[in-house]
Every structure is written in C-alpha cells, then in structure tokens.
Design a protein around this ligand. Structure first.
Ligand code: TMP
Ligand code: MG
Length: 295
C-alpha cells in the first residue's frame, strides 16, 4: 500500500477500489485541514456497538432507566426495538421501503417517552449510570479535529440532549462541534412535552442535510468531506454540502455482516468489519492533517 497508512492494511478493512481511496486521501491531504469537514453519525458510529459481549446502548436506550421511564414503558420500547430494528438493518429491503416503517418506529417511541414526563434535570444522571461508550480512540479523534479547527458535524437520528451529555461526560465537547439531531422540548417546569423540529430517522438524513446546510456557515467553503456512518442511510448526510470536491466515506459494519457486506462495500469507500475502534478514521485524519511533510 503506497500511502503511509498501515491501518488500512488491517484485516477488518474492506475497500471496493483501493486506488480511488488512495487518490482521494492524497487530494484531501494536499488541500489541507482548512478545506476539510467531518460529518459523522452518532449511535454505533462514534459509540461502540458492543463491549465485552454486551450491546452498548444507543441514545434512545440510555433512557431505559427508572429515573426517567417506568417498567411498562421499557417493555413497550423494547418490543418496538425487536419489531423495527430487524427491518432497519434488513438487507433485502430498500431504503424507500424502510422509510415509512422508521417514521412509525420513531413516532411511537417518542410518544411513549412524552407520556413519561421525563425530567430534564435527570438526564445527566441517567447518562452517568448507563453503559454508554464511545469507540476506542475517540479522544484522539475529537481532540485532533478541534486542534486543527476542522468542523465536526454530528448528524444523528438519536436524541440530541443525550448525545450531547455523552460527549460532555467524556470531556470532548469542543467548539468545532455542530449537532443535528432530535432534541427534546421541555416545558417551563423542565418536563418533556414534545420533540423539536422535523423528525430525523435513519433513512431521511438527506432531507435534514438539505434543510440545515444553509444555516451551518462554518461548514461552507470546505469542499472535502470525511463521512462516517454505520447505516446506508448515513451516506446521504453529505447531500447538503455545496460543491463538494472529495468525499471519503467510512462505514462501520457492526451487525448482519455476511448479509450486508456486499452492499456496504459497494456503497462506502472503506468498510470496517466489526471494528470497535477509531483507528482507521484517526489514521486517515492524521494523514490528511499532516501538512505536506515528505509523502
Ligand atoms: P444514529 O442516527 O445516531 O445512528 O441513531 C439512530 C439509531 O438509534 C438507529 O440505528 C436505531 C436506534 N434506535 C434505538 O436504538 N432505539 C429506538 O427506540 C429508536 C427509535 C432508534
Ligand atoms: Mg448509527
């Protein structure tokens, strides 16, 4: 491998077109950190999929705490997860087929959550008590982007208030961070009464990207994009970038590996199979942000 990125030779790395990946990374390095922006999904992309054989909770699942919701609500949300998660990751259905079902899933869960009168001042404790976990190497990832003033847009169909708290408690909430997500709307007494704005689910990120792009001034004039995701729906997160030059996409393939390998390799530039670390994104970023030393 001509590029000095040994991480790309790891056994967990799959690439459809190695030479195209190389060229893209090289072009991004030549353009420098000033031309770069990073757009990333949150759940199961920046957070781990599993740890010690146990699933790591998504932002929705972090709410599964008696401080916030009762047993009956936990049971119903679990039933919904068991119904709809297999659909979300089903390799035999198209994104179009999944769309209305994802709207159903998110709408039902959010309605259940609103009934629970969740208190804003309990969220931090629930996150603390959860087993939420960012991927190994997350600190290098967040810190390097901040150090080079590369904007990081986190685009999540999870819950914004929760993911912000996860990031804060891991001490990586830097000023270069922008977040598009489903935010809770609390009444004057601090009780959840609704969710704000347009609902974001796994397969409508394109609409969200187009809607929000204009407002994110800091992201304009940065035509090179590193995109990270774990769902094929995440690939549309960069659709709001105006006049993109180089887009490099990295996909974490966490689950249903054999069924989805082919479609992931055909869709993402780099696929990471059951890799719980940020090693590859970090190595790519280290290369891109290294200013023109002998390559
Ligand atoms: P993401 O866009 O940050 O990955 O967040 C979306 C994930 O959240 C998606 O993969 C499905 C997951 N999810 C749950 O785990 N539980 C839920 O109740 C819902 C609605 C989504
Ligand atoms: Mg995800």
């Amino acid at each position: 491998f001509p590029l000095q990125i040994p991480e790309l030779a790891k056994g967990t790395v799959l690439m459809r077109e190695r030479s195209k990946v190389e060229e893209t990374i090289q072009a991004m390095q030549r353009a420098g950190a000033g031309s770069l922006q990073v757009i990333s999904d949150f759940d199961m992309t920046l957070t781990r999929f599993a740890h010690n054989g146990m699933r790591v909770p998504t932002t929705h699942n972090i709410l599964d705490n008696r401080l916030l919701i009762n047993e009956d609500c936990t049971r119903r949300i679990r039933e919904l997860l068991n119904t709809y998660y297999p659909i979300e990751i089903d390799a035999s259905r198209t994104a179009e087929e999944k769309q209305p079902l994802m709207v159903e899933w998110w709408t039902k869960v959010h309605e259940l959550l609103i009934q629970q009168k969740i208190r804003k001042d309990m969220l931090a404790r629930a996150v603390k008590e959860s087993s939420a976990m960012l991927r190994e190497g997350y600190k290098v990832f967040f810190d390097r982007l901040a150090e080079h003033q590369v904007p990081l847009l986190i685009f999540s169909a999870g819950i914004g208030d929760i993911l912000e708290e996860v990031i804060r408690q891991n001490h990586v909430f830097h000023p270069n961070l922008h977040i598009i997500s489903n935010y809770m709307d609390f009444d004057r007494t601090g009780v959840l009464q609704a969710f704000k704005g347009q609902l974001i689910h796994t397969f409508n990120k394109r609409e969200g990207a187009l809607l929000h792009a204009a407002h994110l001034r800091e992201l304009q004039g940065r035509p090179n994009v590193l995109l990270l995701g774990d769902s094929l729906g995440d690939l549309t997160m960069a659709d709001g970038v105006s006049q993109p030059q180089n887009i490099l996409t990295i996909g974490f393939l966490n689950d249903q590996v054999e069924e989805r390998k082919e479609s992931y390799v055909n869709s993402f530039d780099i696929v990471l199979v059951k890799d719980e670390t940020m090693d590859v994104p970090n190595a790519v970023l280290s290369y891109i942000t290294s200013a023109g030393d002998a390559k």
